[in-house]
Design a binder for this molecule. Structure first.
Ligand code: GDP
Ligand code: MG
Length: 240
């Protein structure tokens, strides 16, 4: 599923490239775009949902609900701007299909970041957030990237409530809280092909994203913070 806001010129290529992969359905959630995003996505063969409630999380929630209703076993999230590569989707799906993971995170830190694809504030933000997650949730993560796959049963159980840029963080910390298995795989990160960045490339978007990531990380941390269980399961460890 693809959250999209004004991604004309990008969305059609992403949808077509995904259709060449091992997937059943591409869902694009158009979040009030004023350009031809919805039409372009539909022409490329995507199921297009229009979500009037603003917010990255609102779009992700609406798309997830549609995917679950359509009977998805695994839901994969990918950005609309061609920064992530559709042909790498197999590396995200395989650990779940092989029952080695419940949430698979595409790590750009472990993969290859193209020149100019990520600002230094985003790199620093990622290091800080990942460090906090290691400290507060005992999960070994290196990135908070948007390209990820989750088992349908798990996302259903997570009871996601963050309708902001905090959605991806909420998914990670709630998965850790549920002691479900988190696996990271390397993914590439390319420069956005068309249009303008609304998040990491803008001051407002960066501040908002940083605020929500930090807020959500701290919000769910209380039970374990300061009182780590000895022998607490780490990411990837089976439920005890
Ligand atoms: N639904 C929705 N999608 C958004 C919003 N802001 C950004 N996006 C989408 O989220 C993804 C990441 O946004 P982008 O502008 O590329 O941010 P960047 O990668 O940090 O520069 C893209 O697919 C955007 O179309 C929003 O407010 N609502
Ligand atoms: Mg982007």
């Amino acid at each position: 599923m693809i959250p999209a806001l004004d991604e004309e010129g990008n969305i059609g290529d992403v949808v077509r490239a995904l259709h060449a992969e091992r997937i059943e359905q591409v869902i694009v959630v158009d979040n009030g775009s004023t350009d031809g995003t919805a039409h372009e996505a539909e022409s490329a063969g995507a199921v297009v949902i229009s979500e009037p409630r603003k917010g990255y999380g609102s779009a992700c929630a609406a798309g997830t609900e549609a995917a679950l209703e359509a009977g998805a076993g695994i839901v994969v999230y990918i950005d609309a701007d061609q920064s992530s590569r559709p042909n790498e989707i197999g590396t995200l799906i395989d650990p779940i299909a092989n029952d080695q993971a419940d949430l698979v995170l595409g790590s750009r830190t472990l993969g290859a970041i193209a020149d100019g694809a990520m600002g230094s504030h985003q790199r620093v933000g990622n290091i800080v957030s990942a460090g906090l997650m290691r400290l507060l949730y005992r999960i070994e993560v290196t990135d908070l990237g948007p390209y990820r796959a989750i088992r349908a049963g798990l996302i259903r159980d997570l009871d996601m409530t963050e309708m902001t840029f905090g959605w991806p963080t909420e998914m990670m910390v709630k998965t850790a809280r549920a002691d479900a298995r988190i696996v990271e795989v390397p993914v590439s990160w390319d420069v956005r092909q068309e249009g303008e960045s609304k998040v990491g490339g803008t001051v407002k978007g960066s501040i908002l994203a940083g605020f929500h990531i930090l807020r959500v990380t701290l919000r769910h941390s209380a039970p374990k913070f300061g009182a780590p269980k000895s022998g607490a399961p780490k990411s990837g460890a089976p439920k005890s």
